[in-house]
Design a binder for this molecule. Structure first.
Ligand code: T3D
Length: 259
């Protein structure tokens, strides 16, 4: 049987590919479980960066809707959100290393918001982002109502969520929803190069940057300043910080170990 997730272990980083291309990599329970396991493995310190992408012409079409027909009575969608989607977003955010997302094609429903939960989103020029939920009577999940207004402002967030209109990758970049649009045929090479680069960088420091950025949405300036102080204290105690300063003074590239 074909695996719903492909995991490629590279030198210091991991590429995870959603692998249900016939369904545009829509999520079923098996894929959720396999992805959770892959991300748990990527939490190991031997992995210093993660690349998430999709197989075929789509990145991810959200929930596999064929699993939602023919049930007796209305399904308890809160249950799947609680069991699968919320833990997935929390896992991505909690990984103490950069997660790059290469959106290789359409990202719809939860698929769009899972991309936004990653640290850096690169998208193929042909990709589209669709908050499909309204079309089927649902509410954006997987952090959509959190990420969208923060990234692109409430007016655009509300319109995307209420209309379910597709947003082109170019517009997504222009609006600040994602980091960069890349020509389709260079997307994977550039995404892999960026992830490989992160795997050679001061991993503890990058994890602390992630932590600071994440906390800022809920904090006022004073609280954030205090957090920065505390995180800087931690960063300053890492061997990679010592190496970074030494390498700078010796005018040579730093040899970070991720410690
Ligand atoms: O239920 C819960 O647990 C609650 C959680 C919900 C989270 C969610 O994500 S809800 C939102 C679910 N997703 C959608 O509503 C998106 C549905 N898909 C689409 O609107 C379109 O497929 C796309 C706009 C994404 C792409 O359109 P297009 O024209 O490029 O491709 P297509 O022909 O529609 O899709 C290709 C195939 O994938 C097709 O199968 P076929 O006809 O070749 O056998 C299509 O049925 C299948 N597919 C695409 N998306 C899904 C799907 N099959 C099942 N579920 C899907 N989400």
């Amino acid at each position: 049987m074909t695996s719903t997730i492909k995991v490629d272990l590279r030198d210091g980083w991991t590429r995870i590919t959603l692998n249900r291309p016939d369904r545009l990599n829509a999520f079923n329970e098996e894929m959720h479980r396999a992805l959770a396991a892959a991300l748990d493995e990527a939490a190991d310190e031997s992995c210093r960066a993660v690349l998430l992408t999709g197989e075929g012409r789509g990145f991810c079409a959200g929930q596999d809707l064929s699993d939602r027909v023919g049930t007796d009575g209305p399904p308890d969608l809160g249950q799947t959100i609680e069991t699968f989607y919320n833990p997935l977003v929390r896992r991505l955010r909690a990984l103490r290393k950069p997660v790059v997302c290469a959106v290789n094609g359409v990202a719809a429903g939860a698929g769009a918001n899972i991309a936004l939960a990653c640290d850096i989103v690169l998208a193929a020029r042909s990709a589209r982002f669709i908050q499909s939920f309204a079309k089927i009577g649902l509410v954006p999940d997987s952090g959509g109502t959190f990420f969208l207004p923060r990234l692109i402002g409430e007016a655009r967030a509300r319109a995307l969520a209420l209309t379910a209109e597709p947003l082109s990758a170019e517009k997504a970049e222009e609006w600040g929803l994602i980091w960069k649009v890349i020509d389709d045929d260079s997307l994977m090479a550039q995404a892999e190069a960026l992830t490989a680069h992160f795997s050679t960088q001061p991993t503890q420091g990058l994890a602390l940057i992630k932590e600071a950025m994440q906390a800022s949405s809920a904090n006022d300036l004073d609280t954030q300043l205090e957090l920065e102080r505390d995180l800087q204290r931690q960063a300053g105690r890492t061997p990679d910080y010592a190496e970074g300063v030494k390498a700078f003074m010796e005018k040579r590239p730093a040899a970070f170990t991720g410690k």
